[in-house]
Design a protein around this ligand. Sequence first.
Ligand SMILES: Cc1cc2nc3c(=O)[nH]c(=O)nc-3n(C[C@H](O)[C@H](O)[C@H](O)COP(=O)(O)O)c2cc1C
Length: 332
Amino acid sequence: MVDLTCEWLGLRLRNPIVVGASPLCDTTEGASALVAAGAGAVVVHSLFEEQLIADQVSAQRYLDSHIDFNAEASSFLPETDVFAGGARPTLEHISRLADTLDVPVVASLNGVTPGGWTTYARELVGAGASAVELNLYDVATDLAETGEAIEQRQLRVVTDVVGTVDVPVSVKLSPFYASVPNFVSRLESVGAAGVVLFNRFYQPDLDLETLDIERHLEPSTPAELPLRLHALAILHGRTRVSLTASGGIHSGTDAAKAILSGADAVQTVSALLFEGPANLRRILDELTIWMDDQGYRNLDEARGATALDNVANPHELERLNYAQLLHSWSGA
Ligand SMILES: Cc1cc2nc3c(=O)[nH]c(=O)nc-3n(C[C@H](O)[C@H](O)[C@H](O)COP(=O)(O)O)c2cc1C
């Protein structure tokens, strides 16, 4: 009998398959179906910094105050509906999900600038969120802002959110840091309970006829997984934060690879967008069968089995692996 229970962000889960932040849990029925299919936890879609600032500004306008409420308010938004709507519907939805589901409901915030919007984390927890996932979606566009300044700014946001709530805070990261391990270690030192590896990036294409930007949100494929496996293998055993794989988990074998590399849990979205709860059940069944076949009785026995924490000099090994890979090419 395989035991899939696990510890994730200090929460006890019945299994490590988590529904990632997305519209998948935007209805109580949809979320309930995914939990009935076996999801260990669910993450609700993100509230964006821009949306929360707009919420604060409109609340302030409503109160008709003459105080300069928030430095962010004076310069904040391009004209758009994307950030309309405020936090209230999401807070109410989290409250409904927390009342209905018997697995942890995780709220998500997306922002990269320190400011009053981070206090919404407390409201999300008040609504019933068991943890907060903070997505640091940040694209460097300023030639004068250094990598160190960007990281300091992001660490301040994390510190603020961590200081605002009494539940675990997990940080969803981009792969593009000069040193992911160093940044994870700094996140740990400011109180993050976990990291989600990695964000997928918005990669617009161009229409050469109209010169318009084409925005298509392509679902992922398992080809995105190795980048995550590599980072997990480097981090496992070197940090106490929970490690979550996100990006390219489409099957139980994908989940197994992430766990072998060191993941405490995996998140999946694209695999569920079209095939829904039945695919979540399939992922869970495949993982269970694989563990049984391999003789693993629980996740602790499998986790990190292929990680790099026992390698004396991982940096040298990384260079060697790369050189060997190039040498292995034998022609088409
Ligand atoms: C339609 C859609 C909506 C998403 N919304 C969010 C979101 O609100 N917040 C967030 O952090 N990530 C969001 N994501 C990213 C996913 O959580 C996940 O990181 C990404 O899809 C990679 O996982 P996958 O390969 O399992 O799809 C969204 C993804 C999709 C496809």
